[in-house]
Design a protein around this ligand. Sequence first.
Ligand code: PLP
Length: 367
Amino acid sequence: MIYLDNAATTRPCDEAVEAAVKTARECFGNVSSLHKMGIEAEKLLVSAKTTILKKLSLQGELYFTSGATESNNTILRGVADAYKRSGKTIITTAMEHPSVARVCDLLEKDGFNIIRLSPKDAFYNFEEYIAEHITSDTILVSCMAVNNETGYKVDTKKLYALIKRKNKSCMLHVDGVQGFCKVPLCGDYISLSAHKIHGFKGVGAMYVAKGCRFTPLLYGGGQQKNLRSGTEQIETIAAFEAAVKAYPTDLSHYEKLNSLLRSRLAQMEEAYVNSPDSDRGVPNILSFSVMGVRSEIMLHYLEEKQIYVSSGSACSKGKISSVPDSFGIDEKRADSTLRVSFSMANTEEEINTLADEIELGIKRFRR
Ligand code: PLP
């Protein structure tokens, strides 16, 4: 089996599995309990928080959630509600994940002015382009750090500085799901998900900078300072911490795999890379189009060979994604798009097998 769909989800690493099992067996107390079992569970929670904040190199608060979908929903809705008296404009991008994009659609219906900007309109200076649109009415910019379909990256540190220069009370929310552990992240609010970095599905976090407010999405037992009610899922939180600690810091292996696949694609007729070069793209995601073969045909052909890739974003299964258009990728090209996303466990041999099979697939299916 060759698994090349790591932007959709990753195999939980041994460290994460062991941490979850150990916690379930030995430290399964409720964080809210006043006795020793609760205190032990709370210690794990605090340790996970400290590890994740250290990895972010940021000081602020961290709240655990059920994943980045919840984090994105909470932050967008919560910030809009908490700051609605300060302004009604939110700037976002046309490349966002549906857990940001759909919430923005709903906020628009609620009377917010939503501005959606496309990377294709300022590919190399998107940060400046976003900042140019900020007015005194703009309360929030929501921009992902790394696009899940193309690997396009935004310099969130630069974006943060430009935003504050234009309007110091405007805040930045970063969907950091695909960037965490791979690129530096900066923002007033950052959404994270464990299953993209070899942790478990169903656990994520939201980082909130000091002094930044939001109205909670969930009400109940008042856990996590009343801002995210619900019993903390300590087993998967412990696994999240273990996955962060285990994530390698030298990511040059991704570059090797990326350039090998690019060089193999360059030898194929009418195979085009959609992902940006390394100046604007991360090396672990490579999107390309094999013209004349529809994505799903090639995806299932590769699946027969036990090679797993994506036809775009796994989260937009069956639905046409608006993301290609935000990068200027036309419909025909989008229709033949494959996304390959690496983990550190992938090998050059696997990439060569993938390329060989794509060549065979082209011979068989190209019309
Ligand atoms: N944001 C981005 C960029 C993603 O790629 C994903 C998942 O694919 C999400 C948010 C949603 O994360 P989760 O699966 O933790 O809800």
